[in-house]
Design a protein around this ligand. Structure first.
Ligand code: AMP
Length: 282
């Protein structure tokens, strides 16, 4: 496995690969791997001749006061997991390689970024789009893999790819969950054993709302309020950031469940912000 810590090393390695017209894949990550990451990597490994994985905790997608410094990092373990899976190239640049001291060019998506996490985390998707655009330029993948756990992110990246004509196919793979239903996330590492068990409430809430809808309730304000009560009653300590029902294509709020709907949820558990989503009415 090539370990490229500089942009130049990555560009040089990819240039050689492209000469042989290999199908190249990229899985962009921030490391601290769990089975969600590994599902993307394993799928990509099957589909691509040459597979690059990036590990970069991107400071531009964290707002001041968020968990950039505390974000879990486990490089040796991650590297081993990639080696075991036959990854060809690990791109793990230091911050200065990606962002010059006077870096001043950003990529913004203006419509899909307005709702959900875009409302709670201003500037977050600018950071995400900027880093993904840079990774596409450095690693020139034919296919890039993202997880449905970050549904809004994947949709925005698809839009950016289309709008800016990146010659990359975006594939979005299903959410990997724990037995409790909790979506795997590097941030779950922040939770102590008991709290982690309790975090199953996130998926239970999604499941509860799905059940309410399947029984015929179509009124979004009502379903939202019932879901809030469901959470508050079982886990009073959980702070709800948002519970939303949106059109899965436009990400606009919908007042009434009619067809395919994305239910998305963000909560704070012990000050740890966790997100999840479920497609309803497929
Ligand atoms: P991250 O390291 O958190 O930036 O995640 C890297 C990629 O893994 C993103 O495309 C995520 O959507 C995806 N991912 C994270 N958690 C999961 C999960 N539980 N199931 C599937 N994909 C995931």
């Amino acid at each position: 496995m090539i370990i490229a810590r500089t942009v130049k090393r990555a560009l040089d390695s990819i240039k050689k690969v492209k000469r042989n017209s290999c199908l190249t894949g990229l899985v962009p990550t921030m490391g601290a791997f769990h089975k969600g990451h590994l599902s993307l990597i394993e799928k990509a490994r099957k589909e691509c001749d040459f597979l690059a994985v990036s590990i970069f905790v991107n400071p531009k997608q964290f707002a001041p006061g968020e968990d950039y410094e505390a974000y879990p990092r486990s490089f040796s373990r991650d590297r081993k997991l990639l080696l075991e899976r036959g990854v060809d190239l690990l791109f793990c640049p230091p911050v200065r390689q990606m962002y010059a001291r006077d870096f001043s060019t950003y990529v913004n998506e203006f419509v899909l970024s307005r709702n959900l996490c875009g409302l709670s985390r201003p500037g977050h998707f600018q950071g995400v789009c900027t880093v993904v655009a840079k990774l596409f330029n450095v690693l020139s993948p034919d296919i890039a893999y993202f997880g449905a756990k970050d549904y809004q992110q994947a949709l925005i990246i698809k839009r950016m790819t289309r709008d800016l004509n990146f010659p990359v196919k975006i594939k979005v793979l299903p959410i990997v969950r724990e037995k409790s239903g909790l979506a795997l996330s590097s941030r779950n590492d922040y939770l102590s054993g008991k709290t982690r068990e309790g975090a199953g409430i996130i998926y239970s809430a999604l499941d509860f709302a799905k059940d309410v809808i399947s029984k015929g309730n179509r009124d979004v304000p009502e379903i939202t309020s019932l879901t809030e009560k469901f959470i508050k009653k079982r886990r009073p300590g959980v702070k709800i950031d948002y519970i939303k029902f949106v059109d899965p294509v436009t990400l606009e709020d919908i007042p009434e469940i009619k067809g395919k709907t994305l239910m998305a949820l963000a909560v704070f558990i012990d000050d740890v912000r966790l997100i999840d989503n479920l497609m309803i009415g497929t």
